[in-house]
Design a binder for this molecule. Sequence first.
Ligand code: AP5
Ligand code: MG
Length: 226
Amino acid sequence: MSELNLVLLGPPGAGKGTQAERLVEDFGLPYYSTGIILREAVANGSELGKQAKQYMDNGELVPDELINNVIAERLDSGEADDGFLLDGFPRTIGQAEMLETTLEGRGRDLTAALLIDAPDDEVVRRLSGRRTCAKGGHVYHVESDPPKNDGVCDQDGSRLIQRDDDKPETVRKRLSVYHEQTAPLIDWYEGRGKLMRFEGARPPDEVHDRIRAKLAAKRFEDEDEQ
Ligand code: AP5
Ligand code: MG
């Protein structure tokens, strides 16, 4: 079976984390969300966290040098040798080039960049109602996907919190950063024949079904070519 080397691309609140949970269950891939990694680093007060905090609080991207090393280490660790799912990385052309070079250097290739798109007004609505599990990062929404018990994660019983960067003014800043610095990756991956587009405004299960169907079709194609 061919490797699945995947990245999830899309604006804040499009549903990258929501779909990642499902895809990890489907394919058992090691999952690297740079947002979760950075929030943990901030919570632990590590050197990475100290350097990242200000950028994150302002809704800006942390510098490429800081995050590229984090991902390169994970890809070098051996645990991602049979495939991986990246969420929130790459987010700039510089990060995408680093990923491409790292994979090429190991005779590997990206399978697909999964773009989950959603309009800005939908993003603002979703993020104002998002609740996140303080431990595992599991994602809920107070209206569209509430937990069984208020404020408690269904999966591991930990507390649900509101992310610091989900304040409306920070969400607006994150959206403008996305359009300026990350959206150019759509054409970049399209030009390399790697882009798969999904409408994130559809219900989560529907988005998930479509991703699975497209990945299955791609795997058949790849196996035919071998
Ligand atoms: P990160 O944590 O990656 O945040 P983000 O990209 O802004 O995306 P979100 O996690 O907010 O949204 P999501 O798409 O995962 O949506 P979710 O599934 O939760 O990054 C945070 C910060 O870290 C950045 O601002 C930056 O500072 C830094 N950073 C991270 N990576 C970096 C990098 N590579 N380079 C530099 N800096 C970096 O869903 C949202 C809500 O909608 C939930 O409530 C959910 O229940 C609901 N929902 C989901 N899908 C649906 C649906 N289909 N229909 C209805 N509701 C839905
Ligand atoms: Mg997320």
